[in-house]
Design a protein around this ligand. Structure first.
Ligand code: HEC
Ligand code: HEC
Length: 196
């Protein structure tokens, strides 16, 4: 609850910053994308590398993935605590510019506590079920975004949404998730969090 209130305060502040920057007369697309991104940095960290725990890192995610995610938040197709309301403030052109900007930044992996036995178990489950689409142990900026080094708490919230079928995903991913227990998902998250 506390975190939500803090996020909302940052959100209000960020929107005020971005509209005053617009008023100051941003013209070039590159400059305006960087200025628009200031609104995001309050929650997603400097240049999109988040200080966690439930705000994901968006730097270095594939541009198309960021763009699709923003549009899914905007339409309400993807569940959210914050992004649904926020995404509505942006046109499709703004979303494209912002997605391109963050797609060009570098994904940052932060050290998180992990359990070695769970990491080893998660590594195997990943290889058998997830590697096909989330390549290079989830490090590759693929259609499903970067998983390796993403914040655990964020991943857990989204795995809950996927398992509850409230967040859209490919049918093949849904089929893989059906066979996984709560402990399996926990192991996968330790594995992703363990990567530097
Ligand atoms: C007030 C805090 C806040 C602000 C400001 C904010 N976000 Fe978010 N963002 C979140 C949270 C929290 C989530 C997780 C989904 C949710 O609960 O809303 C998220 C999720 C996302 C995701 C999904 C990432 C993934 O891996 O699937 C993207 C993309 C994103 N935000 C982009 C942006 C962009 C672009 C901006 C600026 C225009 C922005 N966000 C501003 C808090 C914020
Ligand atoms: C058939 C390909 C495919 C398979 C197999 C697959 N995924 Fe995905 N995954 C995707 C796609 C595509 C998305 C993006 C969904 C969207 O938001 O539209 C995604 C999204 C995700 C996300 C959200 C990332 C974020 O930043 O919010 C997580 C977490 C995830 N997958 C975990 C897994 C795990 C764990 C497995 C194995 C048990 C798995 N996936 C198997 C294709 C796949």
């Amino acid at each position: 609850m506390k975190l939500k209130l803090l996020n909302l305060a940052i959100l209000a502040g960020g929107l005020a910053v971005s509209s005053s920057l617009w008023a100051a007369g941003a013209t070039s697309t590159a400059t305006s994308a960087a200025m628009l991104s200031n609104t995001c940095n309050g929650c997603h960290g400097t240049n999109g590398v988040s200080a966690g725990p439930s705000n994901p890192t968006i730097a270095g995610q594939p541009t198309a993935y960021i763009e699709d995610s923003m549009k899914q938040f905007k339409s309400g197709e993807r569940p959210s605590s914050i992004m649904g309301r926020l995404a509505k403030a942006y046109s499709d052109e703004d979303i494209k510019a912002i997605a391109t900007y963050f797609g060009e930044q570098k994904f940052g992996r932060t050290k998180q506590p992990t359990d070695a036995a769970k990491v080893a178990k998660g590594k195997k489950i990943h290889a058998n079920n997830c590697e096909k689409c989330h390549e290079d142990n989830g490090r590759k900026p693929d259609d499903g975004g970067v998983l390796a080094g993403q914040w655990s708490e964020y991943l857990q919230i989204n795995m809950n949404d996927f398992q509850a079928k409230t967040r859209p995903m490919p049918k093949k991913m849904a089929a893989k998730l059906e066979g996984l227990s709560k402990d399996d998902v926990d192991a996968l998250i330790h594995f992703y969090a363990s990567q530097r």
